[in-house]
Ligand binder design. Structure first.
Ligand SMILES: *Cc1c(COP(=O)(O)O)cnc(C)c1O
Length: 388
């Protein structure tokens, strides 16, 4: 369990209090939701100066001016995420994909369009890189080939650990060494900062689809990038220019959910570990991929997390159709349990040969474990597995 880490206080304490430092001075207890799109700007000369600072990715004190440039509710959530990921700064976006887009665009404008990437990645991320839509050029490699793939124009090395959907892990400290001067971007959506803080292990950037565990209730869409201040400035420049801002109401909900994030993730992980063991002992299941079940793996996670992948002996899609308590649906990280067939849904958009190469086959299912009792979840899985 993360206790003090590099933080001044324990992780659970920071989860409750981070990003709330200005509240006492405002005379309020709960963070206010500021829905203003514009802010009074009576001194045009002063604002002209501040506009230039915003456009350069800085965060000048004073009026927010316009909500695409700055929003206090969003800024509180960002400040909290920077603390929880032990980063200089965090920048919020409209979704996880908007966050990844901004990272790629930031690298391109910094003159480093080459990306080294390790599969599997979330299907949408794989697609964005494979299409080169944003002017990036990707080299797909295995973790031990990263050092050899780095070029002078390599801006980012991108990895997910544990990866979506196979839960495969990569040792971050080793990988960080192989990256040279390129920034190592870790999509930390599956682990959350509760179980793993990539920057502590040498990564430069931790990216989240906040839509998942950070939101935690299946009702918010957002993305956030925790990183050094230099990269954060580039991200803010991109965000101001392209407009993929995190909506203040979403930021409010995300910040509201952070105090319970450690409690949720630890309980969901505890249940996931139990289900993973039951699946591993079941004849109807041909393989289970869960960090807690793998021997000789990186020690960078504090628990196995709340995601499980497994393969069934038979038609996996029939299991999805047969669940009664779980919801057959994409997305993950909610308080309720979700199950889906990656080859048909989340990873459909990945090239077929690449999909097979990185372990996303027809028999694979992905389970996001919620807060229901393990006994009820197992009863549902048990009856659904008979349908395969
Ligand atoms: C869902 C997901 C994304 C994309 O996030 P959105 O919020 O859906 O845009 C990126 N990475 C991972 C690992 C994801 O699971």
């Amino acid at each position: 369990m993360p206790t003090l880490c590099g933080m001044n206080r324990a992780f659970t304490t920071e989860a409750v209090h981070a990003g709330r430092q200005d509240l006492a001075d405002l005379g309020v207890h709960a963070p206010p939701l500021d829905l203003s799109t514009t802010y009074p700007a009576p001194d045009s000369h002063a604002e002209a100066e501040r506009i230039a600072q915003f456009a350069a990715g800085e965060q000048p004190a004073g009026s927010a001016l316009y909500s695409r440039l700055h929003n206090p509710t969003v800024a509180r959530f960002e400040s909290a995420m920077a603390t929880l990921e032990q980063a200089d700064a965090a920048v919020g976006f409209a979704s996880g994909m908007a966050a990844l887009t901004a990272c790629l665009q930031a690298s391109v404008i910094a003159g480093k369009p080459h990306v080294v990437a390790i599969r599997p990645l979330y299907g949408g991320s794989d697609h964005l890189l494979a299409t080169g839509l944003l002017g990036t050029d990707v080299s797909w490699v295995q973790p031990d080939q990263v050092a050899g793939a780095i070029r002078p124009d390599t801006g980012l090395v991108i990895v997910e650990t544990p990866a979506n959907p196979t839960l495969s892990e990569v040792d971050l400290a080793t990988l960080a060494q192989a990256c040279g001067s390129a920034r190592l971007l870790v999509d930390n959506t599956f682990a959350t900062p509760v179980t793993q803080q990539p920057l502590v292990h040498g990564a430069s950037i931790a990216l989240h689809s906040a839509t998942k565990f950070l939101g935690g209730h299946g009702d918010v869409m957002g993305g956030v990038v925790a990183c050094d201040e230099e990269f954060a400035k580039l991200l803010r420049q991109v965000r101001i220019a392209t407009g993929g801002v995190l909506d203040p109401f979403s930021a409010y909900l995300l910040h509201r959910g952070l105090p319970t994030l450690p409690v949720r993730v630890r309980e969901q992980s505890r249940t996931a570990a139990m289900l993973a063991e039951l699946l591993a002992d079941d004849d109807r299941v041909s393989a289970v991929y869960y960090p807690g079940l793998v021997e000789d793996r990186p020690t960078q996670m504090d628990s196995g997390g709340a995601m499980i992948a497994f393969e069934v002996d038979g038609d996996a899609t029939k299991v999805v159709s047969a669940v009664r308590l779980m919801t057959p649906a994409v997305s993950l990280g909610s308080v309720d349990t979700l199950i889906q067939h990656p080859a048909s849904l989340t990873h459909r958009i990945v090239a077929e040969d690449a999909r097979a190469d990185c372990g996303v086959g027809e028999t694979l299912l992905r389970l996001s474990v919620g807060l229901e009792a393990a006994v009820d979840l197992w009863a549902d899985l048990d009856q659904a597995l008979d349908a395969r």
